[in-house]
Design a protein. Structure first.
Length: 552
């Protein structure tokens, strides 16, 4: 036709509708509207989608809901196409495993992660059985790059070295850490009463040696195994050995059923929760500010000591780098940890001895509440052994550790502070293991030997297996669902007290920046930005106050 210019290839391409990425959130919103009775055309118009797209989402309802249950929080906003449930589950568990490895400062590399991914995928696919669609997965380099992007993971090197400040400039060359520490102690005027160390450890609080009938019966039973239920502990004390800190316990549930009626501040441990039962940076930050520093101040006051302390920490990702800035009286130094030859004091016998004491306490608890000859009674008693029983045993086991042991573990990095003593007076792990075997025989576990007890004690710090990753995740998901069902949505609201407390922390933080930042333009810009951002919460606070006045 005259007057018309032929369309170029570029024009044709531009004329084509661009592919629109549809997130999982949008798909779930489509399904929600559809279930509430809205028509396809209404949904399409409201969400800016084509009617055919809405119809496709409706037809794939089951697959989308399955992906929703398997998707991790980061994936929810990034999903653009359907991926198999096996892949979603594998990546979620892999992220959990990577976080655990990083938290424990274990070396990681691309190859190690790819091998773990393939192992998890194969295990999950086997669980699907013959009814599942055959899917291949090679854990290729391309998949790994996309996986890192989806989960916002950092780059991995052959070793996972955290970016931490070195303990001291004088640590350069071949100077031993003990000499570095000695220099710090002399300059700061610290005594063994002022120097502290803490260690983090996992504890399977309801695990029995493998050869006991309780352990064998649990393995044969379907579903989640309580022996896989793990909590994390922070244990520590001073170099003098006369002051043990109150244990910090991190569990995956904030309010387990066994704790109903108990006041958390009155527990013999500091109770905190995290869905993965890990010590996070925020938990550690809170522990340092509100528990460690006040405990040191109280201890120094009671013993007529100068209010100061030196806290020596392992170089771990969960330990914030700015701890020394949070207190005028506490200095924090990081160990140059060597995996081949660890030097952290709490790892030189305190944690292993504590676990042996805990196991012995557990057997004493078991034999005290059940007749050892009646296996049915033992089973029933063990079935009712709950997390509160474990808390009591943890506290008692920690109390039993002797001051001489707490002092002796400093000999690697500060030998001068170790008292001259008779080692025969310290109860060894071997002696405690022998007691456990004797107690087990009284209960009816005659097949148990000392090596089985040793294997159990070592299992607390082993790498999480594929089965443990899956079972722990299933248990936490079930518990989270139960908590959400028990708590009506209307009850989960911010109170004026919580809002007021939040404003206080915001203002305190901004005051610190205003007092110390020499750049006026920057601090005013940040102040305006923060105030603008939280203005919606101030409106909510004012509205709640108005309603409160109207009611009164």
């Amino acid at each position: 036709m005259p007057g018309k210019r032929p369309l170029s290839v570029t024009s044709i391409r531009r004329a084509k509708r661009e592919r629109k990425a549809i997130t999982l959130d949008v798909k779930l919103e489509v399904l929600r509207r559809f279930e509430e009775g809205e028509k396809l055309s209404q949904i399409a118009k409201a969400l800016g989608l084509a009617i055919s797209t809405v119809a496709t989402i409706r037809d794939n309802k089951e697959k989308i809901k399955a992906s929703s249950e398997a998707a991790s929080p980061l994936r929810v906003t990034q999903l653009t196409r359907h991926r198999s449930v096996v892949m979603e589950n594998m990546e979620r568990l892999l992220s959990l495993w990577i976080e655990d490895q990083s938290r424990r400062n274990e070396p990681m590399s691309t190859m190690i992660i790819q091998e773990k991914a393939k192992s998890l995928f194969d295990a999950l696919q086997r669980d699907q059985g013959e009814s599942s669609q055959v899917e291949t997965f090679s854990a290729s380099r391309g998949w790994f790059v996309r996986f890192k992007e989806r989960h916002a993971l950092p780059s991995f090197k052959v070793s996972n070295e955290a970016a931490r400040p070195s303990p001291s400039p004088s640590a350069a060359g071949e100077l031993k850490y003990s000499e570095v520490l000695k220099s710090i102690i002399q300059k700061g005027g610290y005594t063994p009463h002022h120097v502290f160390n803490i260690g983090e450890t996992g504890l399977y609080w309801k695990r029995m040696p493998e050869k006991t009938f309780i352990s064998m019966e649990e393995k044969a039973a379907p579903g989640f195994r309580s022996a896989k239920d793990r909590l994390m502990l922070l244990l520590g004390g001073n170099a003098a050995g006369d002051f043990k800190l109150k244990p910090l316990l991190v569990y995956h549930s904030e309010n387990p059923k066994a704790m109903k009626g108990y006041s958390k501040p009155n527990l013999p441990v500091i109770w905190r929760s995290n869905k993965k039962a890990w010590v996070t940076r925020s938990i550690f930050h809170e522990w340092f500010t509100y528990f460690f520093c006040p405990a040191v101040e109280k201890y120094c006051a009671q013993n007529n000591l100068a209010n100061k302390a030196l806290l020596i920490l392992e170089n771990a990702p969960c330990h914030p780098v700015n701890l020394s800035d949070l207190s005028d009286n506490v200095r924090v130094e990081y160990l140059i940890e060597n995996k081949a030859d660890p030097i952290q004091p709490m790892g030189q016998g305190v944690i292993s001895t504590f676990k042996a004491h805990y196991l012995r306490k557990t057997f004493q608890h078991l034999i005290g509440g059940a007749d050892g000859e009646d296996k049915g009674t033992v089973r029933e008693f063990w079935r009712n052994y709950n997390i509160m029983n474990a808390v009591d045993n943890i506290a008692e086991a920690w109390d039993e550790l002797e001051p001489s042991l707490m002092n002796s573990v400093w000999k690697k990095i500060w030998p001068e502070c170790v008292h001259a003593r008779d080692d025969s007076q310290i109860e060894t792990v071997t002696q405690i293991q022998q007691d456990v075997v004797a107690l087990a025989n009284d209960i009816g576990f005659g097949e148990l030997v000392e090596a089985d007890v040793g294997q159990l004690l070592q299992s607390h710090d082993e790498d999480l297996s594929n089965e443990e990753l899956r079972q722990l995740e299933q248990e936490r998901a079930a518990e989270e669902k139960e908590e959400n069902e028990d708590t009506p949505p209307i009850l989960r609201q911010l109170t004026t007290k919580e809002l007021s407390e939040a404003f206080f922390h915001f203002e305190a933080g901004m005051q610190i920046l205003a007092n110390n930042d020499p750049n006026s333009e920057r601090k005013f810009k940040v102040s305006r930005g923060v105030n603008d951002t939280i203005s919606c919460y101030r409106e909510l606070y004012n509205e709640k106050k108005r309603r409160s006045k109207q009611l009164s």
